[in-house]
Design a binder for this molecule. Structure first.
Ligand code: GLV
Ligand code: MN
Ligand code: MN
Length: 411
């Protein structure tokens, strides 16, 4: 194992220890104690690699290697460092670690870029704590306003500002970043699907990212006694939610072309075995490579809501996120392919079914993304695993690409 691969493994291993669920995968919610420990580690490594470290008003971390051109925009490289509940060690961190190691290679080779190189570690991409997802990148681009950010609360009613303050972050710092300060963004991510592994190819060059939307649906009925209330006199919020959710697979298959609809989160109130549920709150995640399919499913979801809103049942929906499908920047896609060829590393053009910060940053700067294989195609679970040799290959590609984009002067 070479040094680069050993360092990659050490970073991944260390970060995986910052979990609220040891032995049951990575649970690193934004602004939690585990976030605090992971951010301390990342900031320390950034400093060790000669980067100038800053955080913004969302707690995103930036480690900058200055360029020789005054006031020039940065080439950003990184990903997110939060996780889903009981997730894996690679979704997000693999990309942050790759960014760190590209910076380490700049330092080791004493490279002086014309344009700054900035390693970035973003918060709340998964939306596991505050909902919606892509919060760090949406804040930077202004898609999420400062007011919207400050009004977000978690499941326990704790606001973003309270949670940030609790781990010593400063919510008064700026959130939105001037697009003129960004030249490009490169993100490495695990594939989270089976294509690369099946083809035995180490690198996917991402061409497009799926469009996605998320809703939080609240169904309100009437609580009552489970033993004494006749079946025909109930307004059961959970039965209504269950009937709606059971329709989602067919809504997805009717659309076809890879359209997917998922309910992954459901809360029942008051959640008593002998109480008819008064309220259920659940999420609906709709994705497709074609925006029209997402729009069609939204229309059908609205019809479903209307048809179930009767007999003492009230249903409301909040749209937490809407992202159109995105194309990666063609010049960066070509550059990534050309660099892979130069390094003699096999690649495959691929479309992403997962959402990524890259799709948000694509609105304000030139974005390119590469994938590495996921073992058994698994992700968002403790079994998630990728080979550090593939991460090292990706780092080589990103290093050479970042050298070109930052226009290094000294070899
Ligand atoms: C992030 O993993 C997403 O695709 O929701
Ligand atoms: Mn994820
Ligand atoms: Mn991710």
């Amino acid at each position: 194992m070479n040094n680069l691969q050993a360092r990659i493994e050490e970073h991944i291993e260390t970060l995986s220890k910052f979990t609220a669920t040891p032995g049951q995968g990575t649970t690193r919610l934004t602004y939690s104690n585990e976030d605090k420990k992971a951010r301390e580690y990342l900031k320390e490594k950034m400093k060790e690699y000669g980067l100038n470290v800053q955080e913004d008003g969302l707690g995103n971390i930036f480690g900058k290697l200055d360029g020789t051109l005054p006031d020039a925009p940065s080439v950003l490289i990184g990903s997110h460092f939060d996780s889903v509940p009981n997730g894996g060690s690679y979704d997000g961190p693999a990309g942050v670690v790759a960014g760190l190691e590209v910076a380490a290679l700049f330092a080791e080779n004493n490279l002086k870029p014309k344009y700054p190189l900035e390693v970035i570690a973003l918060v709340e991409e998964e939306g596991s704590r505050f909902g919606g997802g892509l919060m760090g990148s949406r804040g930077i681009t202004g898609l999420l306003s400062e007011d919207e950010f400050k009004n977000l609360t978690d499941h326990d009613g704790i606001s973003t500002v309270e949670a940030m303050t609790k781990i010593g972050l400063d919510p008064t710092l700026p959130i939105k970043r001037d697009p003129k300060t960004m030249k490009a963004f490169l993100e490495l991510h695990i594939e989270q699907g089976p294509i690369l592994e099946d083809k035995n190819i180490p690198i996917g060059v991402v061409e497009t990212i799926v469009g996605l939307t998320q809703f939080e649906i609240t169904v309100e009925g009437q609580a009552g006694h489970a033993g004494t209330t006749p079946m025909d006199r109930r307004s059961d919020a959970l039965v209504t939610a269950a009937n709606m959710i059971a329709r989602f697979p067919s809504l997805a298959t009717e659309e076809g072309e890879g359209t997917v609809v998922t309910t992954g989160k459901l809360h029942v109130f008051p959640n008593g075995a002998n109480v008819i549920p008064k309220k259920t709150v659940f999420t609906v995640d709709i994705r497709s490579g074609k925006e029209e399919h997402i729009q069609n499913v939204i229309k059908k979801l609205n019809r479903l809501i209307a048809s179930y809103s009767k007999d003492g049942i009230h249903i409301s929906a909040i749209q937490q996120l809407y992202m159109k499908p995105k194309k990666m920047n063609q010049e960066i896609v070509s550059l990534l392919k050309q660099t892979s060829n130069e390094l003699d590393i096999d690649y495959f053009p691929i479309n992403s079914g997962a959402g990524h910060d890259a799709m948000v940053l694509a609105d304000v700067t030139d974005v390119g993304m590469i994938f590495i294989p996921s073992k058994d195609g698994l992700s968002h679970c403790p079994e998630e695993w990728s080979d550090s040799r593939d991460i090292a290959k990706a780092v080589d590609i990103l290093f050479q690409t970042a050298k070109k984009l930052t226009e290094v002067e000294k070899k």
